[in-house]
Design a protein around this ligand. Structure first.
Ligand SMILES: [Zn+2]
Ligand SMILES: [Zn+2]
Length: 329
């Protein structure tokens, strides 16, 4: 089969054997999404080698669970050891011996076929298209925030970063009815969020200016947000989050990148800020949200490529300002 392999920070579309892990399902990938994590892995983050990719929808060709065969599925990306305390507490996402699809010790979804244990697979409802289902993983990651902190309509929330994940998170958080502002640098992407009903603010040389308000109001007068969600994908995003958070507020960190972020820990101490790391979420609620039609995703798709053009697709996804690039098989 064809697979997009990463080895020593080099991407290569190669012929590769069809993966066959004992006791696991064989899934034919039909659509996959490129996310920032893939781009960072290609730059050396996580020291991964093998087939890249963790956002996918596919069809089960073989499975120890016969009821799955022929069904359209998405898959939770973390596979725990099944033995440790965390796995036994139904938390394989944090198992110290876990593998993760296309990220850690397990070939991923930018390939014609992939393996996952039957228990990781969820059937996609008929009313959810492939172009929606391919967003299940990042949508679950956005929903994870609401599992970690309670955001109510009375709260003020800022999302830092107007890229793919920031856009998705904004749409999810807006559903709480909170006073939400997306802070970004790119006019077109802020407009995209504004069209989805999200208040936006532009980060420029003159500071941060609220866009979607009748008058331009500066946001940098003082920290004012109860929650700041950092999804900029860059080390500088954390500093901006510290500028925006009110004393005793909580910063939720979503970005993973190869470089390290400089952190002013004194400001965290003095202002008694909570800093919360946030990674993958549960797929079930993401699929339910997709099925309810409660979130519009089409405007977030930049372009589709055939799997055989995956190297080109990665180059496109890497260009600053590009939204979701999809691969089809
Ligand atoms: Zn991802
Ligand atoms: Zn375990």
């Amino acid at each position: 089969m064809k697979a997009l392999l990463i080895e020593d920070s080099k991407l290569n579309l190669a012929d590769s054997p069809i993966p066959r892990r004992d006791g696991e399902a064989l899934v034919r990938m039909t659509m996959a999404g490129i996310c920032n994590t893939d781009i960072e892995i290609a730059r050396g983050y996580a020291n991964f080698r093998g087939a890249l990719g963790h956002e996918f929808v596919g069809v089960v060709e073989e499975s120890p669970d016969k009821s799955q065969i022929g069904r359209r599925v998405v898959g939770e990306i973390n596979v725990g050891c099944g033995q440790c305390d965390l796995c036994r507490a139904n938390d394989p996402r944090h198992c110290p011996n876990r593998t993760a699809l296309g990220i850690r010790g397990r070939d991923g979804a930018f390939a014609e076929y992939l393996n996952l244990p039957p228990g990781n697979l969820l059937i996609v409802p008929d009313s959810v298209t492939d172009r929606q289902a391919v967003f299940t993983e990042p949508l679950a990651a956005a929903l994870e925030i609401l599992d970690q902190v309670e955001i109510r309509a009375s709260h003020t929330v800022a999302v830092v970063g107007d890229g793919k994940l920031g856009q998705l998170i904004s749409r999810v958080i807006a559903r709480t009815g909170c006073d939400l502002t997306l802070v970004g640098k790119h006019e077109a992407k802020l407009e995209l969020a504004a069209r989805a009903g999200v208040k936006t603010a532009k980060l420029g040389a003159e500071g941060i200016v609220l866009c979607s308000d009748n008058f331009s109001r500066r946001l940098t007068k003082g920290p004012q947000f109860d929650f700041v969600i950092e999804a900029s994908g860059s080390p500088g995003g954390f500093r901006l989050a510290l500028d925006l958070i009110r004393p005793r507020g909580a910063i939720i960190l979503k970005s993973t990148f190869r470089d390290q972020a400089p952190i002013d820990t004194s400001r965290i101490v003095v202002n008694e800020i909570s800093v919360i790391g946030s990674r993958c979420g549960r797929f079930k609620s993401a699929l339910q949200l997709l099925e309810s039609g409660g979130i519009e995703l089409d405007p977030l798709i930049a372009r589709e490529y055939e799997l055989t053009d995956a190297v080109e697709a990665m180059a496109e996804a890497e260009r600053p300002g590009t939204l979701k690039v999809l691969l089809t098989n």
